[in-house]
Design a protein around this ligand. Structure first.
Ligand code: MN
Length: 305
């Protein structure tokens, strides 16, 4: 398990919850994946997760991603999440950490733009990237805000669409496509645990994902339960374990449903980046930095927003 998941794990108790612990087998993919989970918590937000180094780098986008390059959407950096979390769709009981409904709103592949290393780009506070999702496509940038009111932690970023073929003056057009990309369900259906179970994307190879009525409890609730049942011996430290079969029934064994990107990754990524010039060649040869991305003209084009 990547050590960067320590924050994530410290907030959760996997002995007692069904929340992804990062221990489930995630399938390999030809490109790094991204997932956006619509999360109707205390405040509605969209969690943008970019796969990098075996985890999801994560930002909570308060108003959701905009297609309009004029919009700057606040994206609060949160702890890294395990890759299997990307398949979670269901509910967290009210009153618990992150309580509310979670929808897999969009997903697909992403690639960084330019010749800079991802870690360096993140450290510097400016990551340009291309999304090849079902709803979001084309070029975006995450820019860390210089001033920060929150104790110098500097976790506030802005998510901005670059001007390209997928930009739209109607910035919220994609947000109105308000059904799960994994199950086709509405937030209401997910909240009620009805309708289809989500088709897996991260866990596609394992033939296991989540039930239509998946629920997980956060550690806050688990600790509360511990306090209520103090007769128990000292609580064990959270340990990664296999999920029980009951929590991962074969209901979602088939990856056929709406997981189109999972079936034709190259096609999907290529299609979405088809006319995004700077990323085009990077998509064709993702393992190495593309020559096009290194060249000054290409970089210049990429930085335009
Ligand atoms: Mn969230």
């Amino acid at each position: 398990m990547p050590t960067s998941l320590a924050d994530y794990r410290s907030k959760r108790d996997f002995e007692k919850t069904e929340e992804p612990s990062g221990s489930r087998k995630v399938r390999t993919a030809p490109y790094p994946r991204f997932v956006i989970q619509k999360h109707d918590a205390t405040r509605l937000h969209y969690d943008l997760r970019l796969e990098h180094d075996g985890v999801f780098k994560s930002w909570a986008v308060t108003k959701g991603p905009s297609l309009n390059p004029k919009d700057k959407r606040l994206a609060v950096e949160v702890e890294d999440h395990p890759l299997d979390y990307g398949d979670f769709e269901g509910t967290i009981p009210k009153g618990e950490y992150g309580g509310g409904t979670v929808m897999v709103w969009d997903r697909g592949y992403w690639l960084p733009e330019g010749d800079e290393d991802i870690d360096k780009a993140l450290a510097k506070g400016e990551l340009k990237f291309v999304l090849a999702g079902e709803k979001l496509k084309g070029s975006y940038v995450l820019v860390r805000m210089k001033g920060d009111r929150y104790g110098g932690k500097r976790n506030n970023w802005l998510l901005i669409k670059h001007r390209d073929d997928w930009a739209n003056d109607d910035g919220d057009a994609a947000l109105r496509e308000d059904r799960s990309i994994a199950s086709g369900r509405t937030m209401e259906q997910i909240a009620n645990g009805t309708g289809k179970a989500p088709a897996p994307f991260m866990l596609g190879g394992s033939k296991k994902a989540f039930d239509a009525d998946a629920v997980w409890h956060s550690v806050a609730k688990a600790r509360q339960r511990d306090a209520e049942t103090s007769a128990k011996p000292a609580r064990k430290a959270p340990v990664a374990r296999k999920r029980s079969p009951s929590a991962t029934t074969a209901a979602t064994a088939s990856a056929t449903a709406s997981g189109t990107t999972a079936k034709a990754p190259r096609k999907a990524a290529a299609a979405a980046t088809k006319r995004a010039a700077p990323a085009k060649k990077a998509v064709k040869s993702p393992p190495k930095k593309s020559a096009a991305a290194r060249s000054a003209p290409a970089r210049k084009a990429a930085t335009k927003r």
